[in-house]
Design a protein around this ligand. Structure first.
Ligand SMILES: Cc1ncc(COP(=O)(O)O)c(C=O)c1O
Length: 139
């Protein structure tokens, strides 16, 4: 898979670009944050994920999004999951701050992202760190 493009949110944790590029991927962004409204650009995100080539690699931060601190609500997460499944995108969940959020909203199977992913029969790794994230995408 190296050489392919990994889609990350705009904005994202800066190191996402560096670590995937270092592993041989290109990086590009999908809209996430509406700076004017100071809220998630949900429509922009969905449109971009729909427009992306089928089978794209997409990094999703389902909880405690870095750097905005604002997450999709459960309805939005379910809608995004529908798009990810319909397009056959390859998803890398980055839940680096899962332990910092209320357990009831983040821990599998309660986390909306992983619950909807489970419903879609995705395999959910227990934890990925920055050291293993790029190799997960490369697998
Ligand atoms: C979004 C995000 N992913 C991954 C990491 C790195 O996590 P770890 O130190 O567990 O590899 C960080 C750390 O700041 C982060 O903000």
């Amino acid at each position: 898979m190296p050489g392919r493009t990994v889609l990350v949110s705009d904005p994202t944790w800066d190191n996402h670009h560096g670590l995937f590029q270092r592993a041989g991927f290109k990086t590009a962004t999908y809209p996430y944050w509406n700076r004017a409204n100071r809220s998630v650009d949900f429509d922009g995100m969905v449109k971009a994920l729909e427009a992306a080539e089928a089978g794209s690699i997409v990094v999703i931060q389902p909880v405690c999004h870095n750097p905005t601190g604002v997450d999709l609500d459960e309805r939005q997460q379910a809608a995004v999951t529908d798009v990810l499944v319909a397009k056959g995108h390859i998803v890398v969940f980055d839940m680096a701050y899962q332990a910092s959020a209320p357990a009831s909203t983040t821990m599998p199977p309660s986390c909306a992202a992983t619950r909807s992913a489970r419903a879609a029969s995705w395999p959910i790794p227990s934890r990925r760190t920055s050291r293993s994230m790029a190799s997960a995408a490369a697998a």
